[in-house]
Ligand binder design. Sequence first.
Ligand SMILES: *Cc1c(COP(=O)(O)O)cnc(C)c1O
Length: 405
Amino acid sequence: MISRRALLKRLSALSVFGLFGSGLAVQSCENAKGREEANDLAEELGIRTFINAAGTYTSMTGCLMPEEVMQAINASSNDYMMLDEAQGRVGERIAEMCHAEAAMVSAGCWSAMVLGTAGVIAGRDSEKASQLPHLEGTDLKSKVIVQKSHNTGYVHAVTNTGVDIVPVESRQELEEAINDDTAMMWFLNKAAPDGQIPHEEWVEVGKQYQIPTMIDIAADVPPVENLWKFNDMGFDLVCISGGKALRGPQSAGILMGRKDLVAAARFNSPPRGGNIGRGMKVNKEEVLGMYAAVKRYVNMDHEKQWKTWEDHIALIEQRAKEVNGVRTEVTVPPIANHTPSLAISWDQNKINITQEELRENLRQGDPSIEMRGSGENTIHLTVFMLQPGEEKIVARRIREELAKA
Ligand SMILES: *Cc1c(COP(=O)(O)O)cnc(C)c1O
């Protein structure tokens, strides 16, 4: 079997001899060539590259940045600019697209939450900013209220600033927990169905007691409307990952919301030092890359993209089902990573392989493929991180391995 790398080499050799007539074909070879060079570097270093049918996992380097984003990154790498000016202009444009008063590019959703909280606590006061995360013995507010079911690992971003979490369940508990030491009320969007207090009520109580509210929507586009839904709803700060379905830089994210609070978050971050955010630097390439990613995402044809995902899932499903003993199920997670995903299970009396073994065979194959697994005999895959054409490879390889077992 010809490897993907060898195929790309042949294709670009052909383009050198002018065998491709159309400009489009030549251009796609240029892209392929860029990829090939990157692959050569990975090869030189002995790093395995793979087709990502798993999803946007930080451990798997998240997502691949599209051409528009890479162009923004490459173009901005040729000039100096003032970091604050880049953040300011990009922030204005992102805010406009997302119905927010203001926005900034952070080093991921996690960093957006640290900086947003720091801004709420310290404001634009360098004396106060320098005290974080040591709040004890200061007059800085040090409590953040969170619903118990939202109180998961992600809340550590907030507690990085030195605050303590006050867990609550009911609205009554929430109102009783609010006092002079309450800095903020934090909400985890994907946990909304598990908590008693819905979004609107959370925002309403925050406004009533003048406590800023923050929401984590890290992995929660699609749908694209989520970029503005929570700003429209009245959350004071909204935090999202740049390097998940938005396909911006993996180490970027967005903090958006109230103008004074975004300004305060920026005050607690580079280029200023002596603050908790100094280590969460975002370079100008990522700031502009994030802008390009949001612009692309807001303007793309989401219906068409969804249809393509469904087609790709259907293709893989159909090929897998050709093997006797295979069952499939298509589901769409309701909130985070809301894209069609496919579970493939098999009768181990007919197909004698565990999901770990199957995934290992796919990982060792050429090209290597990654996906998730559960139990003894189920693999889970998504198609939203595939590059065009890879769905065929995934479909063929899964069928091959199942048929062989
Ligand atoms: C991914 C994720 C984060 C962290 O986002 P980064 O952009 O990787 O910093 C935070 N919260 C939730 C719910 C996430 O899924």
